[in-house]
Design a protein around this ligand. Structure first.
Ligand code: GLY
Ligand code: MN
Ligand code: MN
Length: 436
């Protein structure tokens, strides 16, 4: 059986025909003064190779007679490996990663152009590696100069990431297995967080226990900076200081998930720090939950991608009008984006190797692409009433009792052949399950 990486390469090569595609690994990032950030491979590169080192280039040349998959990697180097860790090296990379040919990365200039010479197009994504971007342009320009003599060579560069976006939208069984694992660990951490939350504790204590569990269960760590936001902090969408002492009568919003085997979970729950919701908290919570449930209903194969956001927006806007937090006709308010005073973000995004995962959302004629079986999307509406809320002209002032309440509920939902599956169902969100 071929590896999932090989299957993906074959799938890509079938699409690009006589072109050559070149992929760059992520670069090594320096944190400060000689201290390295943990290395995180580029997601497209990892998706196609499973190779987990920096300073590498992968080439797919389906038209090449012998070398359809070529890797350029760091050579073995005893001394460097003592400092920075194990390297697979040139010899081993061939067998381990299924490459037809492997070269040391220092020989890129020498060998890469020959895989471009006979290609009719070059697929490459101009990413953060400026030096490689320049090299690729140089190779291409040189080949253009000699094109008339040779009669072959890439006449254009196309973006490889666009192709990968299409592929990565639809998760395969092996990807889903990793995602389910990431989600199971994250769900366990959320349930633990709810058990240990009580007035007087600090947000960072909850964060620490969740992230402890992530690692303890074999996850790589948090998929993104954990948000543990009590009281008014929940109205700051990317609050990550997590240093406040929690009080009875407040809500705690936790947006946290782990990465396992490079695949991410992304879960948000909001619940009382003490035992029960206040009336205002309960009303807004039920509104967000209703919006979320209706949005999840729209996550179905064949349904256009915008419908779930539209559903959530409508429920929230109608609810806010009923409560007197917004004033006007619902359709007009939505059209004029007045709901954004309280619900200012999208309802969800694809999830996978990246937390905000790849996936083209629209067709060239601007219509929305439909969900397909194998898509995984987050569904995460929210309502946030800033403590210092100022209405725009024509909108009502908001009573003190609503202020400083921030609520988001986020699940990860898989599109199946016949409907959907809420992958994060193990973390309760019904009122009666989260009140104590
Ligand atoms: N935690 C990031 C997000 O929900 O998109
Ligand atoms: Mn999230
Ligand atoms: Mn999310």
């Amino acid at each position: 059986m071929s590896s999932p990486y090989q299957q993906r390469r074959e799938q890509l090569m079938a699409q690009i025909g006589s072109a050559t595609a070149v992929f760059a690994s992520a670069p090594l990032a320096v944190m400060h003064n000689d201290v390295e950030h943990p290395f995180r491979q580029d997601s497209d590169f990892y998706y196609l190779t499973g190779f987990n080192e920096p300073q590498a280039v992968a080439v797919l040349a389906p038209h090449h007679e012998e070398h359809r998959f070529v890797l350029f990697v760091r050579p073995k180097d005893k001394e460097k490996e003592i400092w920075s860790g194990y390297r697979v090296g040139v010899d081993e990379a061939k067998d381990r990663y299924g490459a037809d040919q492997v070269y040391p990365i220092a020989e890129l200039d020498e060998h890469l152009p020959k895989y471009l010479e006979k290609a009719d197009q070059l697929y490459y994504h101009f990413g953060h590696d400026e030096e490689l971007n320049h090299r690729i342009l140089r190779y291409w320009q040189r080949l253009l100069v000699t094109y008339t003599k040779r009669g072959t060579g890439p006449v254009a560069i196309a973006d490889s990431h666009l192709l990968l976006q299409q592929m990565r939208r639809v998760k395969t069984a092996d990807e889903l297995e990793l995602m389910r694992h990431a989600i199971a660990i994250s769900a366990k951490a959320h349930n633990h967080a709810r058990d240990i939350t009580q007035p007087g504790r600090y947000e960072y204590e909850i964060q620490a226990e969740m992230e402890h569990l992530f690692r303890l269960e074999g996850a790589m760590g948090p998929a993104y900076p954990s948000i543990v936001a009590s009281g008014p902090n929940a109205c700051i969408l990317h609050y990550i200081e997590n240093n406040r002492q929690m009080k009875a009568g407040e809500l705690l919003l936790i947006d946290a998930g782990c990465a396992y085997g490079y695949y991410n979970a992304d879960i948000t729950r909001t619940f009382p720090v003490g035992e029960r919701f206040t009336d205002e908290q309960r009303i807004l919570y039920e509104l967000v939950l209703e919006a979320q449930l209706q949005a999840i209903e729209k996550v179905q194969p064949g349904r256009p991608f915008n419908e779930f956001h539209d559903a959530a927006t409508r429920v929230i806007t109608e609810g806010l009008v009923e409560l007197g937090l917004l004033a006007g006709e619902v359709d007009t308010l939505i059209e004029e984006k007045k709901h954004k005073a309280f619900f200012m973000h999208g309802t969800g995004h694809f999830l996978g190797l990246d937390v905000h995962d790849s996936g083209t959302l629209r067709n060239p004629d601007k219509t929305w692409k439909p969900f397909e079986p194998g898509n995984v999307v987050t569904v995460e509406p929210g309502i946030y009433v800033a403590p210092d809320y100022e209405p725009v002209e024509g909108q009502p002032q908001v009573d003190e009792r609503w202020r400083g309440i921030g609520i988001r509920i986020e699940d990860d939902v898989l599109v199946t052949a016949t409907g959907h599956e809420v992958l994060t169902a193990a973390v309760p969100k019904a009122l009666k399950e989260i009140e104590r």
